[in-house]
Design a protein around this ligand. Structure first.
Ligand SMILES: [Zn+2]
Length: 415
């Protein structure tokens, strides 16, 4: 395995910050270890904050921001590995690095919200466990992969922990931005921000070739089509179904020949997103349900069985609620990916109409984008691009996807 920061594509500045902070964190541990500690506990560690080299900026709460796919959670995980690294560098080879990157380190917890938000109970349980002494003797690290999906109550529980941090606990939050819609101002004020940028396609292609062994021409196409989203680029390069779904989305503009066709295209887009989401969650759903049924034991008849059954019904209901929330999120994510692809197409048409010296997003539909540009002019291309972006905003604001997509398709047809 290579060094933990190696795959953070095009993020040199952020990596530099994180490396220095990891070194400072290691110095904090060394200083604490060198001093006699009569209690044998972690008490004196609090005194060492912010560490022997305050300029290097090790602190206990961080926010990683950047557009989707820029690698926020990857950056947070790499930093967690560097904190657990026995060399304090993120060497990538020691047990601390290795287990953190593999997701099995006992002192690193990753919270990935499955539904539309992270609830207060989940957050309280997490904060409680995060306060314990690190079993590996270094840091307790909590990574919250979509901190913008915290409920208000969960945010308050987290804020309390960040305001009075246990001496060896580090919180790593990931969010699209530090806008108050994404992260509360009070949490923001307690955290150091690591901004990540959208990696350039060239850098994404390079990592696909080097790390995933993808052929250079495929990597270049995928990196451009994914618009800087590293994970999406890898899927497009390696997954035929993902490519087929993208092709279907990019065929939409030439199918919009009338009102009926617009409604048909809307239904098709929604159904494709639902099917993709259902396939994505089916395996987990079935496994969870089977595990719960096993845990509850099926069909007991003895004393107490009736009470146990009532408890079981509640647990099954909870699980179903969680699974439904996760399915909704998966559908929205799938639909949003389709809309981003579609926006890329109209953006290419706009670029063609303006004859701007800018590389196209979708290199394989350039001819179609040019044909569109001739028919619509720059204004028409821009109106269509705006219709797609408005649809994304509407869905994020909880407008029913079907209604938002139908309105968008009609706007794309009429111009
Ligand atoms: Zn290491």
């Amino acid at each position: 395995m290579s060094e933990v920061f190696a795959d953070l594509v095009g993020q040199d500045e952020a990596v530099d910050t994180l490396r220095r902070a990891a070194a400072a964190a290691a110095a904090v541990l060394r200083a604490a270890g060198a001093r006699p500690d009569p209690t044998g506990g972690t008490g004196p560690d609090g005194d060492t904050r912010p560490g022997p080299d305050p300029g290097a900026g090790m602190t206990h709460a961080w926010i990683f921001t950047g557009p989707p796919g820029s690698g926020r959670s990857e950056a947070a995980r790499a930093f967690a590995a560097a904190l657990q690294c026995v060399h304090g560098t993120g060497c990538g080879t020691c047990a601390g690095c290795h287990t953190t990157m593999a997701g099995t380190h006992a002192d690193v917890r990753l919270v990935v919200p499955e539904g539309l938000s992270i609830g207060v109970n989940e957050m309280r349980a997490l904060v409680l466990r995060a306060a314990s002494t690190p079993s590996g003797g270094r840091w307790q690290v909590v990574i919250i992969s979509d901190a913008d999906r915290l409920t208000e109550a969960a945010g308050n529980a987290l804020l309390k922990a960040i305001e009075e941090p246990p001496p060896r606990t580090v919180f790593l939050l990931c969010a699209p931005s530090t806008h108050p819609d994404d992260i509360s101002v009070t949490i923001r004020s307690r955290c150091r921000v690591v901004p990540l940028r959208q990696p350039p396609p060239g850098a994404v292609a390079e990592v696909l070739v080097r790390r995933d062994g993808i052929a250079p021409d495929v990597a270049e196409w995928a990196a451009s089509a994914a618009q800087g989203h590293v994970g999406r680029a890898r899927r497009l390069a390696g997954d035929a179904e993902a490519r087929a779904r993208r092709d279907a989305v990019l065929a939409v503009p030439r199918r919009l020949t009338g009102v009926g066709a617009a409604f048909d295209a809307a239904s098709a887009l929604i159904e494709a997103a639902e099917a993709e989401a259902a396939a994505a969650v089916a395996e987990t759903d079935a496994a969870e349900k089977a595990a719960l049924q096993t845990a509850l034991g099926a069909g007991g008849t003895g004393r107490g069985a009736a009470g146990a059954m009532r408890g079981a019904a509640g647990q099954i209901k909870d699980l179903e609620k969680r699974q439904k929330s996760r399915a909704t999120r998966a559908q929205r994510d799938a639909l949003d990916r389709a809309l981003v692809d579609l926006a890329g197409f109209y953006r290419d048409a706009l670029v063609a109409a303006l004859r701007a010296p800018v590389a196209p997003v979708h290199t394989d539909t350039v001819a179609m984008a040019r044909a569109g540009a001739e028919k619509w002019d720059a204004e028409g291309a821009l109106r269509r691009l705006e219709a797609v972006l408005e649809c994304r905003v509407a869905i994020e604001a909880n407008v029913k996807p079907k209604i938002a997509v139908e309105a968008m398709m009609l706007a794309l047809w009429k111009g």
